[in-house]
Design a binder for this molecule. Structure first.
Ligand SMILES: [Zn+2]
Length: 492
């Protein structure tokens, strides 16, 4: 993820923020004039500033699949409605499992439950589902939750589902624009789930009914689409790679869709798709070339793109800078000048999506590495001076503990100064200790050994300890648990 300027740390001195702020505001206004956006007034009310921490009982089951069936109604374009059925398939991890507890911190109404659930209760952001039958260890079950209403996000820069009405050239008709940005805990505002990156679902189906003038776009591959009575259309997306809930995405609007086939000596054929608006058309060729160059670089420097059977997509949304939803990155602005942002989000497909921070106490594992991989990509494309300048810029604002205590406050998780800047410099320090080849081997092992799973600070330290003799204990203590940027002293 890469927050926009409005969500950056408030700790900057005001002088440093005021001038760039005015320039960014002007740029923002200029970029947004073509859209003539009208924000839905209902969105101004946010849900909860905090989420409740996971309960021990939520470890009693392992989620295997989510099936989201969403029916959007835009009859009244300023007050859209949603009727949905969410199926959560799971396996018991304990003997005698009698109920499951999902996270559902949502303004959506629960109408009823079915499948293996016969009764529900909502309390403090949790959905307690009593099971019809007791499950043994390893036994599979599935609960269905029938919901309706509209899901308010829980944060000003959206954690959950955002909604706007956009006026699109050339006709300037009003068009609905639905998008999601979940991190850290926004998924539970729009579907009941186990909102915990440690429990990735093995597959997700997202089936969406919308008016046939619109398209629905989500993770994975479009496996079916069909016309329905009443000028409706149903889109069915499916991903079969393990996925954390914060990376599940749903988008609806009237897009222009461009699809290209990417090939290199590591990948046979990968669809790369842009879901953009009319105004973005002139930039499609240049941005395609950028994404192709990045894909080629990361495929070789790291390992082949992890979601090859599905796609890599970028889709216009209307919130902070970028969000690396698995196989479908959300981007606010589609312009070649955003190359660094696009590299950051593509790098996340490895650093964050293939291998995910185990908890949001350690966002630097995702954000620091994606930021550093952006620097490495810039070095490859533009040379050492660009690389050094990029790192020096990070160094000027890098501070704060990499380990985050209060994860239920989204602002404390996504701090530019710590998770992004200091996090990137943390990986740069490892790079300097291990050397060029050693660092690349370390990255490949980081990705291979934790592929489709998660990694923690302790596991990262253990991996480095196995690879190279060094005082990693002191290194982690200084970088991760202290605020100041360590004075870098290296033997080579
Ligand atoms: Zn990021």
């Amino acid at each position: 993820m890469y927050p926009s300027s409005t969500s950056k740390s408030r700790a900057y001195p005001w002088r440093l923020i005021l001038f760039p702020g005015i320039i960014l505001l002007i740029i923002w206004i200029v970029y947004n004039i073509p859209n003539l956006e009208k924000r839905n007034p209902a969105q101004a009310k946010f849900l909860f500033p905090f989420v409740t921490p996971p309960l021990e009982e939520q470890q009693y089951f392992d989620v295997t699949a989510y099936r989201l069936h969403y029916h959007f109604q835009f009859d009244s374009i300023r007050s859209p409605k949603l009727v949905a059925t969410v199926t959560v398939a799971f396996k018991s991890r304990v003997p005698e499992l009698k109920r499951i507890v999902l996270d559902f911190n949502s303004s959506l109404v629960v109408d009823s439950v079915s499948g293996d659930a016969y009764r529900f209760r909502r309390s403090e952001g949790k959905l307690f589902l009593d099971l019809r039958r007791q499950l043994n260890r390893e036994e599979a079950g599935a609960v269905r939750v029938h919901i309706r209403g509209w899901p308010k996000p829980y944060h000003p820069w959206i954690a959950g589902m955002g909604y706007d009405v956009v006026m699109q050239a050339p006709e300037f008709n009003e068009v609905p624009w639905v998008y999601t940005i979940n991190p850290p805990f926004g998924a539970q505002t729009w579907f009941p789930c186990k909102d915990d990156p440690r429990d990735k679902a093995d597959s997700v189906i997202i089936a969406v009914v919308v008016p046939d003038t619109l398209q629905a776009v989500a993770n994975g591959r479009l496996v079916a689409q069909e016309s329905l009575p009443g000028n409706q259309r149903r889109y069915v997306w499916k991903t079969t790679y393990p996925i954390a809930t914060y990376l599940i995405a749903l988008n609806v609007s009237q897009y222009k869709i461009y699809t290209f086939t990417y090939t290199d000596d590591t990948l046979d054929s990968l669809p790369i798709s842009f879901y953009v608006f009319n105004e973005d058309t002139p930039y499609v060729g240049e941005i395609r070339d950028q994404i192709f160059r990045m894909m080629r670089f990361f495929n070789h420097y790291l390992m082949p793109y992890p979601f090859e059977k599905e796609k890599y997509g970028m889709i216009r949304y209307n919130t902070s800078g970028g969000m690396e939803n698995q196989t479908i990155t959300g981007i606010r602005i589609f312009r070649p000048s955003r190359e660094r942002l696009y590299a950051h989000e593509l790098a996340h497909q490895w650093a964050g999506n293939l291998v995910t921070n185990e908890t949001f106490h350690e966002p630097y594992l995702n954000e620091g590495l994606a930021t550093y991989l952006t620097a490495i990509y810039l070095r490859d494309q533009y040379g050492d001076s660009t690389f050094t300048a990029y790192l020096n810029r990070l160094r000027r604002s890098a501070y704060g503990k990499l380990y985050v205590e209060a994860v239920t406050v989204p602002d404390s998780v996504y701090q530019m100064s710590s998770a992004y800047y200091k996090g990137a410099l943390f990986f740069h320090a490892i790079h300097k200790i291990l050397g060029e080849d050693g660092f690349q081997q370390f990255l490949r092992r980081y990705l291979r050994e934790h592929a489709f799973g998660t990694i923690s600070t302790a596991q990262l330290k253990a991996l480095l300890t196995r690879l190279y003799p060094y005082d990693w204990e002191t290194f982690f203590q200084q970088w991760v648990y202290q605020s100041a940027l360590p004075v870098e002293e290296f033997t080579h």
